[in-house]
Design a protein around this ligand. Structure first.
Ligand SMILES: Nc1ncnc2c1ncn2[C@@H]1O[C@H](COP(=O)(O)OP(=O)(O)OP(=O)(O)O)[C@@H](O)[C@H]1O
Ligand SMILES: [Mg+2]
Length: 438
């Protein structure tokens, strides 16, 4: 006898939707229906679903994006694709984006039953030992040690409400880390509210965050909740916390210390249960020295610190990340999987990526648009091809500088000593001497 498992069916064609539903119900499954991805996402958020069955081609948001969303947020839930447009390319893309199996319309009830059984059997059984193992954060791509130490911290903090501080250069993935903490943890069904403290005018930030009461200031015509009240039970992500003015900082300190908020213009505090995750790419220590950031708040915020490494410190992850974006933009712009030539791939790995993952994503997005089927060197921006970055922040001796420069040129020429000697305008013997001597 089959257990009543929850299956969510997504198709914009009501007839198909009902057909699949009837078949599954007769097989004793419990079914949920959605005619759009938007509807599906809200069901996924509210219900424990054991299997997702989705169509690919749908108006507005398509099934590929639903599968990707589901893979990111519900990695253990199997996904079965049902489509009326069979093509190898679609099948490949669907499977690459995280679908487990693939069923072509029209199908018989028995074919449907087989596929459902097969998909459900891939579910990872919850073993008692599972908790001890490191969780797989599908959305955070990377196998480097640097990124692993980030996911290890996520493991430890995701199920409690400790305050977390995320630092790292622009574009390294701070927001992604914050979202992963929330959506992989125990409180994932509670709200996640992201607030960009740099994006809201200073004079409004306070009332936006904490709410206000009628008459608190000119224009406050009624009493309103703030982001904190909206995030109650879940997580508030305070991005660019360095931009919060001192008035906001002292209110924030109160939230962290007393676990209560006070609306602007209100005297009574309300209890609140929110996990605070703050992030910045500015140097708060310097701001403390200049007295623009409260030191006591800094210590309250940094209960757990996560430093997201710059991409240049984990270049080994570049091919994996590039692959993710090739897939994403291949689907979006070309309806197919775009590949990349080895020479172009080598350039990606050589470059220092001052804009980090966001820059890599932009470069690949642009290259996918420019190329035919394969990204070549010609599709990459000029600064990637010729630029040799130099660490300007460190003053160094001429000799150290020479050594660094030789290393850069060698890397740029893939260790071709003749080419390097030519660029340096010295002969090969001198170059070899310098390499040995250095
Ligand atoms: N490890 C990763 N795997 C896959 N995608 C990533 C990873 N890290 C970041 N990204 C992607 O890179 C982009 C930039 O990430 P995000 O917005 O989280 O960076 P950020 O550190 O918040 O940047 P900023 O300081 O500029 O706000 C996003 O599209 C994000 O999905
Ligand atoms: Mg950000």
């Amino acid at each position: 006898m089959l257990q009543k498992e929850n299956i969510l069916i997504v198709d914009d064609d009501i007839n198909i939707l009902e057909l699949i539903q009837r078949n599954l119900q007769s097989l004793d499954y419990h079914t949920y229906k959605a005619v759009s991805v938007k509807e599906a996402v809200s069901i996924l958020r509210d219900t424990e679903i054991d299997l997702l069955i989705t169509d690919l081609k749908m108006p507005e948001v398509d099934g590929f994006q639903l599968i990707q969303f589901a893979s990111e947020h519900y990695p253990n839930m199997p996904k079965l694709v049902v489509t009326g447009y069979p093509s190898v390319q679609d099948a490949l893309s669907a499977i690459k984006s995280g679908a487990v199996d693939y069923l072509v319309k029209p199908f018989t009830k028995d074919e449907l039953r087989q596929s459902v059984l097969k998909s459900l059997s891939t579910r990872t059984k919850k073993k008692p030992s599972e908790k001890a193992e490191s969780k797989n954060y599908n959305e955070i791509i990377g196998e480097s040690e640097a990124i692993k130490s980030v996911t290890q911290i996520i493991d430890r903090v995701k199920d409690n409400k400790a305050t977390i501080f995320i630092s790292g250069e622009s574009g390294t993935g701070k927001e992604l880390v914050a979202r992963s903490i929330h959506y992989n943890g125990k409180f994932s069904r509670e709200p996640f509210i992201a607030v960009n403290c740099g994006g809201i005018p200073e004079n409004l930030l306070e009332s936006e965050l904490f709410g206000y009461v009628k008459g608190a200031f000119t224009g406050a015509n009624d009493t309103r909740e703030g982001f904190f009240q909206a995030a109650n039970g879940g997580t508030i992500f305070l991005d660019e916390i360095g931009n919060a003015p001192l008035s906001v900082q002292s209110r924030l300190l109160r939230v962290l210390q007393e676990k209560e908020v006070m609306k602007v213009g209100e005297r009574k505090a309300e209890k609140i249960d929110v996990r605070v995750i703050a992030a910045t790419n500015s140097n708060l220590k310097e701001m403390i020295a200049k007295e623009t950031f409260r030191e006591d708040l800094y210590y309250r915020l940094t209960v757990v610190e996560i430093v997201v490494p710059p991409l240049r410190d984990r270049k080994g992850d570049i091919p994996l990340l590039a692959d993710k974006f090739l897939f994403k933009y291949g689907n979006e712009y070309k309806d197919r999987y775009i590949t990349i030539e080895p020479e172009a791939q080598a350039l990606l790995k050589r470059y220092d990526w001052p804009g980090n993952i966001r820059e890599l994503e932009n470069v690949i997005q642009r290259a996918v648009i420019m190329c035919d089927r394969t990204i070549g060197v010609k599709d990459l921006p000029e600064n990637l091809k010729y630029k040799i970055d130099f660490p300007e922040e460190n003053l160094m001796s001429l000799k150290a500088m020479e050594k660094k420069y030789i290393e850069k040129v060698l890397a740029a020429t893939h260790n071709n000593q003749s080419k390097a000697a030519e660029i340096l305008n010295i002969d090969r013997k001198t170059l070899r001497g310098k390499i040995k001597g250095s």
